[in-house]
Design a protein around this ligand. Sequence first.
Ligand code: PEP
Length: 250
Amino acid sequence: MKKNIIAGNWKMNNGLTETIELIAALKPLVKDAEAEVAVCVPFTDLAVAKKALKGSKIKLGAQNIHWADKGAFTGEISGAMLKELKVDYVIIGHSERRQYFGETDATVNARLKAALKYDIKPIVCVGETLAEREAGKVEEVLIRQTEGAFADIDKASLKNIVVAYEPVWAIGTGKTATSDEANDTIAIIRKKIQKLYGSPVAKALRIQYGGSMNAKNAKELMAKEQIDGGLIGGASLKAVDFSQVVNYNA
Ligand code: PEP
């Protein structure tokens, strides 16, 4: 049985004190969660967050990883560094990285390989922009992004990978894909994975929905056959809001 995974993406929010406070508030609220829970925090918060998470089942995630082991890459963080901090998950190819920092399908693929090499579970983000949806290009874009991200990734690695379908127009905008839209679009990604790796692997792959998911819409989205959890931005910054998403079934 695959377990849903609900991960908070804090983005560039929360310093050390806020990290300690938010995690302390969150721990009791999600202690009985059915889903796997993770918080993906800024690099500077990772060590403090790891300590604060002690005694809970909440996993720790980073928000990026460089593809090289070490070297002259000013401002970047390697898989070895993340591993030393005992990071469980890492977000790769978030649309904000693609939009503002020149992330491409090729760099997503390189980062994915680095995460797997260091035994850190990647959360690989894909999703179309509004212009692409309006131009009827959703399928084309998602197939391109999925093929690009998974180039040369072997079948055995798939069990350690999570995919997040995040329509760019729904991120931080308050607009959510309808549950049917999200379900149907995730089905496109899963079909591509099925073509690449076969049906059992595609069925077992956890694919999250992300884009303005909150306490009000989580239950309906999560009830959909194709949706195996959520990547949560805004609503992950308050303990009660995030816990309500995590405990969507309660
Ligand atoms: C995200 O950043 O991955 C995200 C889904 O953000 P929000 O929930 O704020 O739309």
